[in-house]
Design a binder for this molecule. Structure first.
Ligand SMILES: Cc1cc2nc3c(=O)[nH]c(=O)nc-3n(C[C@H](O)[C@H](O)[C@H](O)COP(=O)(O)OP(=O)(O)OC[C@H]3O[C@@H](n4cnc5c(N)ncnc54)[C@H](O)[C@@H]3O)c2cc1C
Ligand code: SF4
Length: 513
């Protein structure tokens, strides 16, 4: 019996090697626990269930017998992967289980436990979706003091011969990051080619109705649900990106614009993580666009660095660091994540927009995740496991192996420097530089204390003050620590008071909420 999880929707996965329809069968299950172990948003639940139900049809069309546990099955539903698998093992009596290695540590443990309890052999196969196996990453990591993405990425380029000319990088440079940091300027982004949307078909509409009924209290909404949920749709989406938006992807990678999270981004993360798309075809399509003269090198390199570099690197971090990684809290952050993260009811213009888009679409672009929602939580001192639960719940692309290192490591610095050499902190002026949000906001990014002070700016100084001694030991933070040392006692006191008011929930909450 081949076990297929909701993020393993690939007909060519290793678990199907040698599949013989006369004696083998596929097992899939929709279980409530996967939607409730974190308070999953409606778009995220709908994304997984719609893609799973469409994949079930693809399996049947490929002639592979399927046992698919639905939540409304007359025989009942086990409620968790472990319980459902246990019930189906007793009913179907398989002689062994086969699966592609799961992306989630928790799920791996639960399936192993069921197999063991039933004395069933469990054949776990390498997930060849990825360029780099967990074992290869562990070999790369062995003996290194720190694991920086840049070195890993260069190795990936060489090993997989991507954007290479012999043993040299195409264009003579590994990295064009410096060219990829533009904002849109006063005129705005202009006519950005719209993202590809897909009208829900009958299967997706049934899923939407189910989610709206069963998970009515969960955050987010489904009236605009239009994600690709099949492989042909995902391929269409990828082609449209490469054709229409990739040429400007790099230049505006870090830019933000009110009301538009899509901009020049690819919107392929959910399709990739559910395995509707293969990263090799994504990288190859981008590389071909450069070769054909369709997209400039800086854009193509910037995009490939995300997929071949960051995506593979965070997976390596996850599997070399789990399970302890999930519990890390290097900065001893203990504040509760504000309740308005789940509703969007804040009067901070940048956060209100990022949260509204997140709840409506299950999407925010990378810079909103890192430098708006993530930055605020970090400087507030939000407990990292609460921040992790939020990110894992709200995005359609959220799967723990990719979400956790991005949240705990890159964004919250809770791993104490495994992923990044310093915490990413900034005042509201960063957001002012990269977007026009501050113009329409009741706060002022230039003020660090007083009634109009931007909470980001207050919390930036408060963060430096709270962690001054530890940060002073980090050479990359020297300049920022020097600036905080210049504050007078009265200035420190004013920042303290304002930060305390923010933490008490007296600042930042929408008055009309
Ligand atoms: C706090 C935080 C949480 C995140 N959680 C997730 C998550 O749950 N799932 C997820 O797929 N990504 C996550 N990311 C990474 C990134 O924000 C998303 O991959 C990206 O925004 C998806 O949108 P896109 O497809 O339009 O990406 P683009 O900006 O167009 O980038 C192209 C592709 O590169 C890959 N990529 C880009 N950045 C990263 C990264 N840092 N790590 C891994 N892959 C990357 C993605 O597959 C993405 O589709 C997170 C980032 C942060 C800061
Ligand atoms: S002033 Fe501060 S809170 Fe308001 S939009 Fe700018 S950065 Fe965000």
């Amino acid at each position: 019996m081949v076990v297929v999880l909701g993020d393993q929707l690939d007909l060519d996965a290793a678990a199907f090697d040698g599949f013989d329809a006369r004696v083998d069968a596929v097992w899939m299950a929709e279980v409530a626990e996967e939607s409730t172990h974190v308070w999953s948003s409606k778009p995220r639940i709908a994304m997984f269930l719609a893609a799973m139900r469409h994949f079930a049809i693809a399996l049947q069309a490929a002639g592979r017998p399927l046992h698919y546990a639905r939540p409304d099955a007359p025989a009942g539903n086990g409620g968790s992967l472990g319980a459902q698998l246990q019930a189906d093992i007793l009913r179907l009596r398989p002689s062994r289980l086969v699966m592609t290695a799961p992306g989630d540590w928790r799920v791996l443990q639960s399936i192993k436990a069921v197999a063991e309890a039933n004395g069933l052999p469990l054949d776990i196969r390498e997930d060849r979706h990825f360029f780099t196996s967990a074992r290869d990453f562990a070999a790369h990591a062995k003996g290194r003091k720190s694991l920086r993405m840049e070195y890993f990425y260069r190795e990936q380029r060489q090993r997989h011969d991507v954007l290479m000319q012999g043993d040299q990088p195409v264009g003579g440079q590994w990295n064009f990051d410096a060219e990829n940091r533009e904002a849109f300027g006063a005129a705005g982004p202009g006519a950005v080619p719209p993202r590809m949307t897909f009208e829900p078909d009958a299967i997706t509409r049934e899923v939407i109705a189910l989610v709206n009924t069963r998970y009515a209290e969960h955050p987010g909404r489904l009236d605009g649900f239009s994600w690709p949920v099949t492989r042909p749709q995902a391929l269409q989406s990828l082609r449209a990106f490469v054709q229409e938006r990739l040429p400007l992807f790099g230049r505006y990678q870090d830019a933000m614009w009110p009301g538009d999270p899509w901009l020049y981004h690819a919107h392929v993360s959910a399709a990739l993580n559910l395995k509707l798309l293969n990263p090799r075809e994504v990288v190859a399509a981008a590389e071909a666009a450069h070769r054909d003269g369709h997209a400039p090198l800086a854009s193509v390199e910037g995009f490939i660095r995300q997929v071949l570099g960051w995506r593979e690197y965070v997976r390596g971090i996850y599997w070399t660091q789990m399970p302890e990684y999930r519990e890390r809290n290097a900065l001893d952050a203990r504040q509760d994540l504000p309740a308005w993260y789940w509703t969007g009811a804040t009067d901070m213009a940048c956060l209100r927009d990022a949260l509204a888009q997140t709840l409506t679409h299950g999407y925010a672009n990378h810079i909103q995740r890192l430098m708006v929602t993530g930055l605020y939580a970090l400087m507030l001192g939000a407990q990292p496991q609460q921040v992790h639960a939020w990110y894992l719940a709200v995005y359609v692309d959220a799967v723990e192996w990719v979400e956790l290192p991005n949240t705990l490591g890159m964004s919250q610095y809770a791993d104490g420097g495994v992923m990044g050499s310093k915490p990413y902190i900034a005042t509201g002026k960063y957001i002012q530089r990269m977007s026009p949000y501050c113009k329409g906001c009741r706060y002022d990014p230039a003020q660090r204390s007083g009634d109009s002070a931007c909470p980001f700016t207050t919390l930036y100084w408060d963060f430096l003050m709270r962690h001054e001694a530890a940060l002073a030991r980090n050479p990359r933070m020297a300049l920022q620590v020097k600036n905080v040392a210049r504050l007078t006692d009265a200035q420190r006191q004013a920042v303290n008071e304002r930060a305390a008011a923010i933490r008490r929930g007296e600042v930042g909450v929408a008055q009309h909420a």
